[in-house]
Design a protein around this ligand. Structure first.
Ligand code: VGL
Ligand code: ZN
Length: 199
């Protein structure tokens, strides 16, 4: 099936035991004006705050990943990588957006923290899958930035790790280095078994 999935289980998202909300890299550097600003990236904030309010109400777990690079990270152009410097650990650009209304118990997960290795996925080298399973989490609602990089890779890894994944279509935006990258990423996530759902 293609297109946005509006069938039933998604409407109870974050309402069932074992549900969690994963916010991928909603950091200043990925918002418009940031070092690697995603076009229209700030459009994810309002829908994410709605999902955060729902998680607060239901007690669903909330996880926020951060791209968290050393100054000489291999993904930066000075090191031969594809990107301008971004999300350098401890700098203002690496901060989670202050507009997000995160619950106090939010689990913050840092990734791609070593110079010689990039990691688009929140599950890569973080132990996140095991930690969530140990907590009894089975379903993940995923939003954030960017659709065609860290959201894509996090979703594919989550599915491989055995989670049921719902991609929050209104709460993701793409870099679109090539204009259709975001659409291709959504199709790839669907083919892998994710449900791409509207709010
Ligand atoms: C990301 C490019 C470089 C992302 C991270 O969070 O999608 N994109 N590093
Ligand atoms: Zn990065």
């Amino acid at each position: 099936m293609t297109g946005t999935d509006t069938a039933d289980p998604a409407s109870r998202l974050l309402e069932e035991p074992g549900d969690a909300l994963l916010l991928v890299d909603v950091q200043r550097d990925f918002l418009p004006g940031g070092a690697l600003g995603v076009p229209d990236g700030d459009a994810v904030i309002a829908p994410l705050n709605q999902y955060l309010a729902r998680a607060q109400r239901t007690g669903a777990a909330v996880i926020a990943s951060r791209d968290w690079h050393p100054r000489d990270h291999c993904s930066f152009r000075a090191q031969g990588g594809p990107w301008p410097p971004h999300c350098v650990a401890g700098t203002p650009g690496a901060e989670l957006s202050p507009a997000l209304r995160l619950p106090a118990q939010t689990r913050v997960v840092d990734k791609a923290t070593r110079s010689e290795r990039d990691a688009y996925s929140a599950f890569q080298d973080t132990g996140l899958a095991q930690a969530l399973k140990a907590q009894g989490i089975r379903r993940l609602a995923v939003g954030g930035l960017a659709t065609d990089y860290c959201v894509l890779r996090s979703v594919l890894d989550a599915i491989s790790a055995g989670f049921e994944v719902f991609v929050l279509e209104d709460a993701i935006r793409a870099v679109d280095v090539n204009p259709s990258d975001g659409d291709k990423a959504k199709e790839q996530m669907r083919r892998a078994g994710a449900r791409v759902v509207a709010g």
